[in-house]
Design a protein around this ligand. Structure first.
Ligand code: PMT
Length: 404
């Protein structure tokens, strides 16, 4: 992938076993096209060497406030000004405590004091330390000050305990950092507008324990919801079963089957201005749902399927003053099939993406062809969140030219 987001991130690493994950974080941020400089505390260097980060970031690692040679290269004030974002991962209990009282007793804490860039923390520590009222008090102060946190996640910890305190996975941190960078200074073009989305897969029950579904993770839909929210819209997702956390400030209505998605979407569409159908809705459901678990009998099992209603087509036919956007997931003849869906479903715009062979479904990246009745634009492969911001800009432009 090429350089897609020309932003500067200082990755701060404080002392904790999760510091080893920061190598992958730095790699992911560089791969996404950001410029990264790493600043380590003395404790962090006990866990992982600066050389690793120098090799990964392509820049010397900053660690010493009083090193005149390093200061001559890029002084701490210059570094503080260079940063568009400071991301501290892992953020230890000690570092959070020092940050909360404004200490400047090493380079990283000094940088945080000297910079006007937003500060983001990925806390990582033992679960008892995380739950300790002292840490929670410090967290409260930091949040009140506008510092953003990512995680911690729950699960098995390096110390063998189970609970909250694990650093978020590097890929998740990359995704959340890109989101934060991309929404900086976004004008609120959709203030007062309601954007409705469908996202994720549907599940069509066969019996009490089995169902028909597909590989959609909901990532594309949830990323677009975040982009719409950051443009000032009120956002609702009608979501099939996914393992994604509901985005902050977005209403998520959970459904399972295509029928449930159909009912919830048609109801919500009455109050929407823009509808974006990213869900991979099952085209078929079983004619009959068995009330008891089907037992093995013979070599074959014949299931009868019936066609599900087309949510997108029904929504677009229900209302003329709703701007409707469809998605087309195609393994071949991408443009041709997408254009025919644009006409057949009476849409204002369609977004085609190639799927199959590891593309589209359940991936962090995607590639889009955006088609409307007298225009077309290609967005090459990149992170779904970055694509979502670009797509929403185009939707706003088309929406304004349609209704403006
Ligand atoms: O969720 P991810 O893992 O991030 O993957 C994203 C994605 C590949 C699922 C997404 O980008 C995508 O392409 N979504 C549409 C998938 C799909 O079902 O495409 P389709 O070509 O079969 O359907 C065309 C359009 O009609 C879609 O907007 C779909 O939501 C809608 N539809 C289809 C059938 C139906 N019964 N009701 C519908 O609303």
């Amino acid at each position: 992938m090429t350089n897609q987001i020309n932003k500067n991130i200082v990755v701060g690493i404080s002392g904790g076993i999760a510091a080893y994950k920061s190598a992958e974080l730095v790699r992911g941020l560089i791969k996404a096209g950001t410029n990264v400089r790493v600043c380590m505390t003395a404790a962090a260097m006990q866990f992982i060497t600066p050389l690793t980060f120098q090799a990964l970031s392509g820049n010397p690692v900053h660690s010493d406030l009083l090193d005149t040679d390093a200061e001559a290269g890029m002084g701490h004030i210059e570094l503080a000004r260079w940063a568009d974002m400071i991301l501290i991962a892992p953020a230890s209990a000690d570092f959070m405590a020092r940050l909360s009282i404004g200490m400047a007793n090493d380079l990283l804490s000094t940088l945080c004091l000297a910079s006007t860039a937003p500060i983001h923390l990925a806390p990582a520590m033992n679960r008892v330390m995380w739950d300790n009222p002292a840490t929670q008090h410090n967290l409260h102060i930091l949040l009140q000050r506008g510092i953003k946190t990512h995680g911690p996640a729950s699960g098995e910890q390096a110390c063998g305990e189970i609970g909250a305190g694990r650093m978020l996975e590097p890929s998740e941190l990359v995704h959340q950092s890109l989101t934060a960078l991309a929404c900086m200074d976004k004008p609120q073009f959709l203030q007062g507008k309601h954007v409705l989305l469908t996202a994720g897969p549907t599940r069509e029950a066969i019996d009490p324990v089995r169902y028909i579904t597909n590989r959609s993770s909901g990532k594309m839909g949830y990323s677009i919801a975040i982009a719409a929210r950051d443009l000032g819209a009120t956002v609702t997702i009608i979501s099939g079963p996914v393992s994604l956390a509901p985005p902050q400030g977005v209403e998520v209505i959970k459904v399972e089957s295509a029928e449930e998605m159909h009912t919830a979407t048609l109801r919500a569409a009455k109050n929407a201005d823009i509808f974006i159908a990213t869900a991979a809705v099952s085209d078929f459901a079983t004619k009959e749902i068995f009330t008891k678990k089907i037992k093995k009998s013979g070599e074959h099992l014949h299931l009868q399927l019936k066609q599900n209603a087309d949510i997108l087509a029904d929504v677009s036919h229900q209302s003329d003053d709703l701007f409707t956007v469809g998605f087309a997931a195609e393994t071949h003849n991408l443009m041709e099939y997408a254009r025919s869906k644009l006409d057949r479903k009476k849409l204002d715009l369609i977004v085609a993406n190639p799927v199959g062979e590891g593309k589209g479904f359940d991936q962090d990246t995607n590639q889009l062809e955006i088609i409307w009745h007298d225009g077309h634009l290609s967005l090459p492969e990149k992170d779904k969140q970055l694509l979502a911001y670009e797509l929403m800009d185009i939707i706003v432009e088309r929406y304004n030219s349609h209704f403006g």
